[in-house]
Design a protein around this ligand. Structure first.
Ligand code: ADP
Ligand code: MG
Length: 555
């Protein structure tokens, strides 16, 4: 196989394509990746600033969340996209630490660039980075402290740390409390005494109009929908609730089928049949014993009227995810065909309308019902959206802290400790890989540097103090960004789950290595601009192109 790879194949390139090789390729890719990392760096930490993103439709997002920023901005450079993927992986695997992961990847590449300039081959760097990442993960494990998952105090600190600097900041303590309670509500002890958290049973719902301090943790579900008819009840104390997956309408196929009518009687007859079918469906709902229906699809006007007349509360176009959550809350079944609906499918509980007449609170009361909802309130859509991102991150982070029971001191404490430990480890690494391990160690120090920078503190002084503290054995010495002091951040209540940190290290190292492995870029078009614009052109009809260009010029 290596024989094959060494033989140089002949590549015939189109006139329009560009080819960049070796150092130039690496330089090109590294600078693209670093640009992305730099874009999110200023958001890191409690004092990080927010970004305002305006998409092509003019919609505005204001956020501090690394992954959201990278998802929203239009990146059409393939290398930069790899870095965006780092953020996405981090978000999926850990829920938090996206900015850290991306900034770390950028710094690794910057340091790699220096090594390449010193004629160190990328394969040696890649090997060194892999060694360093593995070692760093082991060290994270060693540094991490065990917590008692039932220790609400420390778990709440973890929640507060992830909420710092986000939209959640102002009501941090209160919201952290809600998040911890929500996680508690969906935690069960397994047979071997481990805490197992199932976040599927903790829903997050939002409402605009009030303040974040009015957010609540509720038993059951919150459905942000209106009744389909004004004459329906909105509060049903003894609710028998049917969850319906099919529409309460005459089936599409029946309605659109071609029929030929030869007399007005026939038309009437046909319409009567439709009405009868709707009446039948409503009766089936009643026969199953339901006085509330949450329907995932549409409800016909006549059916709405009939349901209202029978005093049945009906909601249409309920989100699929809400129907599925209601199923857990009510311990009910989702009925996909009314013909087979029975009383067994119906769930028991209560339905209540909220004061502002926008939401239903649905609670289940059978033994098998479970599920809680965090109802997040905020003054405007932008506020609520950013709150929701902060809350969902915090739910992930707290659930990790509870199920894994391992946390670290934040504020750059872990990173400085890791840098110091990797430097010692580097001494034992042979060859040029040693330099790469050292470069990896240096990259970790980016975190405290940027935390200091974003807080308006001197990054060099901070780093000097931090290194000194760690050299004298203060493993948990980090930067308190509010006082500017170097101190035991764990004691200050700045705690992060170990899992997220380990994940950030892996994803950053993998992304950096992926970029470094590329020594040849062959692009069908101009490298400096997007492939998208050009993408359509070569395939397009040659005759038509001139005309297209002309039209473009006119607008
Ligand atoms: P990420 O997307 O990586 O989670 P954040 O903007 O949430 O980025 O910043 C996380 C960093 O901020 C972590 O290094 C964390 O330890 C640090 N941090 C959080 N709260 C504090 C605090 N009160 N003092 C110092 N550092 C903090
Ligand atoms: Mg964070």
């Amino acid at each position: 196989m290596s024989q094959r790879m060494r033989s140089q194949p002949m590549i015939i390139l189109d006139d329009d394509s560009q080819r960049v090789q070796d150092e130039d390729a690496q330089e090109h890719n590294i600078s693209a990746a670093r640009a992305v990392a730099e874009a999110v760096r200023t958001t890191l930490g409690p004092k990080g600033m927010d970004k305002m993103l305006v998409d092509s439709m003019g919609d505005v997002t204001i956020t501090n969340d690394g992954v959201t920023i990278l998802k929203e901005i239009d990146i059409d450079n393939p290398t930069a996209e790899m870095i965006v993927e780092v953020a996405e992986t981090q978000e999926d695997e850990a829920g938090d630490g996206t900015t850290t992961a991306v900034a770390l990847a950028g710094e690794l590449l910057k340091n790699a660039e220096n090594l390449i300039e010193q004629e160190i081959h990328p394969t040696a760097i890649i090997r060194g980075f892999s060694l360093a990442a593995d070692r760093a993960r082991e060290e994270v494990n060693d540094i991490a402290e065990d917590i008692d998952p039932n220790d609400t105090e420390i778990v709440r600190k973890v929640a507060e740390t992830t909420m710092t600097g986000k939209g959640t900041e102002v009501n941090k303590e209160f919201l952290a409390e809600l998040v911890v309670e929500a996680v508690r509500a969906v935690t069960v002890e397994s047979e071997n005494g481990e805490s197992v958290v199932d976040l599927e049973y903790a829903n997050v719902e939002t409402q605009t109009g009030r303040s974040a301090g009015d957010s609540e943790l509720l038993d059951g579900a919150v459905i942000s929908k209106d009744p389909v008819h004004d004459d329906m009840p909105t509060d049903v104390e003894d609710a028998s609730i049917l969850l319906l997956g099919e529409p309460i309408e005459v089936e599409e196929a029946e309605a659109s089928a071609e029929i030929s009518l030869s007399s007005p009687d026939q038309l009437q007859n046909f319409l009567d049949q439709e009405d009868n079918r709707l009446r039948e469906k409503v009766s089936q709902i009643e026969d199953a014993g339901a006085n509330v229906v949450f329907c995932q699809k549409g409800i016909d006007d006549l059916a709405q009227h009939l349901l209202a007349k029978r005093g049945i509360l009906a909601v249409r176009r309920t989100k699929k995810s809400d129907i599925e959550f209601l199923k857990e809350v009510l311990d009910a079944r989702i009925v996909s065909d009314l013909d087979s609906a029975t009383a067994e499918d119906v769930g028991q509980g209560s339905v209540q309308r909220d004061e502002s007449d926008e939401l239903f609170y649905v609670e289940g009361n059978s033994d098998g019902s479970h599920g809680v909802t965090l109802l997040i309130r905020g003054s405007t859509d932008h506020v609520v959206d950013e709150l929701e991102r902060g809350i969902t991150d915090a739910l992930d982070v707290v659930s990790q802290a509870v199920s894994d029971g391992r946390v670290l001191a934040g504020g750059g404490a872990v990173e400085v400790e890791l840098a110091s430990r990797l430097r010692s480890y580097a001494d034992s690494v042979e060859g040029r890989e040693q330099l790469a391990v050292e470069a990896f160690a240096d990259a970790f120090e980016l975190v405290p540097r940027v935390l200091a920078e974003n807080a308006g503190l001197d990054p060099i002084d901070t780093l000097v103090d931090l290194r000194a503290a760690h050299e004298s054995g203060e493993t948990r010495a980090g930067l308190n960004v509010f006082s500017g002091d170097v101190e035991d951040t764990f004691e200050d209540g700045v705690a992060e789950p170990a899992h997220a940190k380990a994940q950030a290290i892996s994803s950053a190292a993998e992304a950096a290595n992926l970029v470094l492995k590329i020594d040849d870029i062959i692009a069908a078009g101009d490298l400096s601009t997007s492939g998208d614009d050009e993408g359509g052109a070569p395939g397009g009809a040659p005759g038509g192109m001139g005309g297209m260009g002309g039209m473009g010029g006119m607008t």
